[in-house]
Design a protein around this ligand. Structure first.
Ligand code: PMP
Length: 512
């Protein structure tokens, strides 16, 4: 039994001593005190099925015995001495990691996180190409450090320029937010965010050629004509498991290389067999990048990241020293090597393929049953379920997503949430997740959705009226709050709630 501090105490201490930007999941945050493979346990011993793996970080399973024993054995001998001395662990691990890479991707740098890996990749791209401009996708997440935040194209992570910076002191903070974003991008270096090749929401559907043309347009009309590089995940993680339109990377890699840039694959979430069909996400698009960045699953929970590139690109860093105190320390190297071995020994890539296909099949069947499931997508154990209130208009069911999210926790399933509109469930469990676990998750989701009440009304004298449940109630006794919005540019939405129902400004009453 757990005897440590309870949730309230931990939460209060966290609020007092940790930064205010830290966010937490769930209205009543869960105090996780133990992990075993695909399960997590809270302070009361309640078991949760972990379908999010600490944001796709636990690859082999929580406290996997082989990884644990490699870490413990190495810790007993030597934890740290830095790379100024020799140690076999870093060399053995680099050799093993390089053996997993295609083509000439044979030079490894070890760092401590995904942001650091992408920082280093960007530095290499700029030095190698002699250009400044980087291209990343809209809806991308590549880190939160001062320059990777420029690659990230999600508003949630973008800080406005502080008032004391004189160049922007005259700008009205509220009305000039787009200007502030632009200025912030300028400070992080020239970054182009191109149209996201998102088959579900993207303006060009699955037409890779049209999306690729946008990259060419940015280079032709928005840059000097040359760029340093292009970075993308093959399935956007934070962005809501968005798989890039088929064939996109091949076209874009050609365009970028012609403009003098290098191509970077961010495998922080998609790597190490998670996508099932391939070991690396980029392989699903049939390309070989010039630089590959990794973190999260690479260490099964250890603070570890890596950048792998070709000897030619690596040579640009040899002009000076590239040093990282903890990068490739013996403990992380031993742990990282154990992760590679476990993935091979337990045939996790094939397992992800098998369990992932089953999960996708069951989720697609659930989509037939529940209108609210607008899209089911992904590969292997990197899956997204997008919730909409209207399949045609693809209106994000944000409130409903929040209610289901809480309900799933109650039912013992921890899942991820994300996407541009916060309406996508992200299912990325530890890779030891089984078909039974997938069934449990889908059954829990089915049950939770069936408990959702509320209606969406459309069409009134040619104008669309939508009745949106603001606070979706699960039980009849809970109060309901609704918004009625009139989807017309000339008529602003107007509503109020009465005991009879909701009355709009045309006097139409909805009973609820
Ligand atoms: N790239 C991707 C694709 C990520 O998902 C993340 C983290 N969510 C990062 C980079 C940054 O990794 P870290 O948080 O370890 O800096």
């Amino acid at each position: 039994p757990y005897n440590g501090p309870l949730a309230d105490e931990v939460f209060q201490k966290r609020k007092k001593f940790l930064g205010p930007s830290l966010f937490h999941y769930y209205q009543k945050p869960v105090n996780i005190v133990e992990g075993k493979m695909q399960y997590l346990f809270d302070e009361n011993g309640k078991r949760y099925l972990d379908a999010f793996a600490g944001i796709v970080t636990v690859s082999c399973g929580h406290c996997h015995p082989d990884v644990l024993s490699a870490i413990i054995e190495q810790s007993k001998l030597l934890q740290h001495a830095t790379t100024i001395y020799l140690h076999h662990a870093i060399a053995d691990y680099a050799e093993a990691l390089a053996s997993k890479m295609p083509g000439n991707l044979k030079v490894v740098y070890f760092v401590n996180s995904g942001s650091e890996a992408n920082e280093l990749a960007m530095l290499m791209a700029r030095l190698y190409s002699g250009n400044l401009g980087m291209i990343s996708l809209r809806n991308a997440y590549h880190g939160g450090s001062s320059s990777t935040i420029g690659l990230t194209a999600l508003k949630t992570w973008k800080y406005p320029i502080p008032e004391h910076i004189s160049v922007v002191s005259s700008i009205n903070k509220t009305s000039d937010m787009p200007v502030l974003f632009k200025l912030f991008s300028w400070l992080t270096g020239e970054i182009h965010h191109v149209v996201n090749p998102d088959p579900y929401r993207g303006v060009f559907g699955s037409d890779a050629k049209l999306y690729a043309k946008d990259v060419q347009d940015h280079i032709d009309y928005g840059s000097s004509g040359n760029v340093a590089g292009f970075i993308a995940e093959t399935i956007q993680g934070v962005g809501g498991a968005v798989e890039l339109a088929p064939g996109y990377l091949k076209l874009v890699y050609d365009i970028v290389r012609k403009a003098g840039g290098v191509c970077i694959a961010d495998e922080v979430q998609t790597g190490f067999g998670r996508t099932g069909s391939h070991y690396w996400g980029f392989e699903t698009q049939g390309v070989i990048p010039d630089i590959v960045t990794m973190a999260k699953g690479i260490g099964n929970g250890l603070p570890l990241g890596a950048v792998v590139t070709t000897p030619e690109i690596a040579s640009v860093l040899a002009q000076k020293i590239q040093f990282n105190t903890f990068g490739g320390n013996p403990v992380c190297s031993a742990g990282g090597l154990a992760v590679l071995r476990v993935i091979d020994k337990e045939k996790r890539q094939a397992h992800c393929n098998d369990v992932g296909s089953h999960l996708l099949e069951r989720l697609r069947a659930l989509q037939q049953k529940h209108e609210i499931i607008g899209d089911v997508r992904g590969r292997g154990l990197m899956v997204g379920v997008e919730l909409v209130t209207d399949r045609k208009e693809k209106m994000p069911a944000k409130e409903e997503t929040g209610v289901l999210f809480e309900k799933l926790r109650e039912l013992g399933v921890l899942i991820g949430k994300g996407g541009l509109h916060g309406n996508v469930f992200r299912i990325k469990p530890p890779m030891c997740f089984t078909k039974d676990d997938a069934d449990f998750l889908v059954d829990a989701l089915d049950y939770a959705v069936s408990k959702l009440r509320g209606v969406r009304v459309s069409s009134n004298a040619g104008r669309r009226l939508s009745l949106i449940r603001l606070k979706a109630a699960e039980e009849p006794r809970e109060p309901l709050v609704y918004i009625v919005s009139l989807a017309s540019a000339t008529h602003p939405a107007f509503y109020y709630k009465s005991s009879l129902g909701i009355i709009n400004h045309h006097g139409v009453t909805f009973r609820c």
